[in-house]
Write a protein that binds this ligand. Structure first.
Ligand SMILES: [Zn+2]
Length: 201
């Protein structure tokens, strides 16, 4: 993969492609994480998952305040798993791969998450409310699950037109040759490798 990782939008096949756990934490991965944070901030998001930049691996980046000046709110998580969840909350949710689409989604109120950081150190975090929602949304991405799957029937109905528009746009760009075909994109995902950071100078 090149360093020109960019945000992919629905219905790019990467969003449904099964991502794999990460086995090596190296400079290439740190480079990718840095680029993902940039993309997240450029698009004013709170979080971004590997599949959203067509990297089929278990990495997510987040900033619990969505504010790049608050680095202490930043979190890079490798191979995150939810080890405990409790309660429930209803709230509005969006996704950078679905620009301008917002709907209510029911999530667990509280989660306990376990993951590795970029130094390979395991950590555990307990969150409620918005940060908890964010973790659940981003971890879903690693398993090909999207927030449109979890909307209420009313929310799904209310999203139908926008989803059709995303489809039209994506298929149109494939027809024009701006975006490769699904078969080609799937081939790229299957042969994906970590970015090469180049020599240390
Ligand atoms: Zn998302």
């Amino acid at each position: 993969m090149s360093l020109t990782a960019k945000l992919v939008k629905y219905p790019h096949p990467s969003l449904r492609y099964p991502a794999r756990p990460i086995t090596t934490i190296d400079r290439g991965l740190r480079l990718l994480a840095g680029r993902m944070l940039e993309i997240m901030y450029e698009n004013r998001g709170l979080g971004l998952a590997g599949p959203q930049v067509a990297a089929p691996i278990h990495i997510i980046v987040m900033n619990f305040e969505g504010d790049h000046t608050q680095k202490e709110q930043e979190c890079v998580a490798i191979n995150p798993v939810i080890v405990d969840r409790s309660g429930s909350q209803d709230g509005n949710e969006g996704c950078l791969s679905f620009p301008e689409l917002f709907q209510d989604v029911r999530r667990a109120k509280k989660v306990v998450v376990r993951a590795y950081d970029l130094e390979g150190k395991q950590f555990e975090m307990e969150c409620t409310d918005l940060p908890s929602r964010l973790w659940q949304h981003e971890i879903d991405h690693l398993h090909g699950q999207l927030f449109i799957d979890k909307m209420s029937p009313v929310g799904k109905l209310g999203s139908r037109e926008m989803l059709k528009e995303f489809e039209r746009e994506f298929r149109g760009s494939q027809k024009r040759g701006t975006t490769p075909s699904d078969a080609e994109l799937l081939k790229q995902l299957a042969s994906w490798t970590m970015p090469d950071p180049g020599p240390i100078l």
